[in-house]
Design a protein around this ligand. Sequence first.
Ligand code: 5AD
Ligand code: FES
Length: 347
Amino acid sequence: MKQLIDKLHKTRELEPAEFKELIENRCAELSEYLFAKARAVQIENYGNNVYIRGLIEFTNYCKNDCYYCGIRKSNSTAERYRLTKEQILQCCDTGYELGFRTYVLQGGEDGYYTDEKMVDIIQSIKNNYPDCAVTLSMGEKSFETYQAFFEAGADRYLLRHETANEEHYGRLHPHNLLLKNRIQCLSDLKKIGYQVGCGFMVGSPFQNTDCLVEDLLFIKEFNPHMVGIGPFIPHHETPFAKEKAGELELVLFLLGIVRLMLPAVLMPATTALGTIHPQGRELGILSGANVVMPNLSPTDVRGKYLLYDNKICTGDEAAECRNCLQGRIEKIGYKIAVTRGDHKSKL
Ligand code: 5AD
Ligand code: FES
C-alpha cells in the first residue's frame, strides 16, 4: 500500500483499481504515511500558511430540495432570512478588521437575489475592498449570469459536484437536478476565468468506494483550483434524518489523497469536519488541507443557516472565532495568512 502512495506522490495519479485498493485497505499506519507526504507537499507549495475565508451566509431560502440539506425548500420548520446589501457590507467591514481578504457569499438558490441585485452587491464589495477576493457559492446559474457576476468582480466560485456518479447523484437529489448540469456549470465557470472549486460529501447515503473512486477521478480530470470535502451529517428535518454521519478518518484520508493528486489545490478543513470531531479542522490541516472558512454572518442569523445538525460556531462572534482559530492553528505549527490566498496558478 505504501508503494501506491509513493506512486501517487510521484505521478499524481493512480488507476481506478489502485485508488479502490488504497481506500479499502487503509489503516492508521498507512494514513500517517499519507499525511506526512500530504503535509510536505502542502508546505512546498504554500509554506506553513493557512488561508482564511470569511463566510457570509446571505440567504437560507432555497428553491431546491436536496435530500441531505437542512435548508431544502420542504423544511417548513426552517426560519428563513435574507441579508441586505448593507448587512453584507457590514460583515465585510468586521471581516476586514479581523484580517480577512476573501469573502465567500454563500446561500441557497434564492430567486430574490436577481442578477442585478447580485452585480450591485459584488461591485460594492470590490469597490470598498479592492484588495479582497470575492468568492460566490450560490448554486447553478446560466453561463450569462456567471459571466455577469465575473464582470462585476467576482473572483472565485464554489460549486460542489456532490458525487461524480450519476445514479448516486439521483439518490441524493430530486430529479429536476442532474449531474450533467452541475458539470456543465463547473465547466462554464472555468471557461469564464473563475478560480473554481468542486467537491463532495463523505459518507452520504448510498455512497460506496466506487463512488469515491469516481469522485477522485473526476477531480483529477477537472483539475479545480479548490476542493471542498467534508463529512455528510444528518439533519433532523430531512429524508436522511436517520442516516449516519461520514467518518472522520475517511475524510482525512481523502484530503491526503487529493493533496498528492493536486499539489497546489486550496482545500478547506471544513466546518462539518470540525462538527464531527472537536479537533476535526486541525486534523484536516495535518492531513493536507490549507484553508479555513470561519463564519462572518451576523450572530442573529447564524443559528438559522443549518445545513446539518450540531453545527459549530453558531453562537460565537466573528472576532471570537478568528482568535480561537488563530490559537488552534498556531498550536499545530501553522500560521494564518492575511492575504487573498489565490491559487498558485493565478499569482
Ligand atoms: N452534511 C454535510 N454537508 C452538507 N452540505 C449540505 N448539506 C449537508 C449535510 N447534511 C454541503 C453540500 C453543499 C455545501 C454547501 O454543504 O456539499 O454543497
Ligand atoms: Fe469558531 Fe473556535 S473557530 S469559536
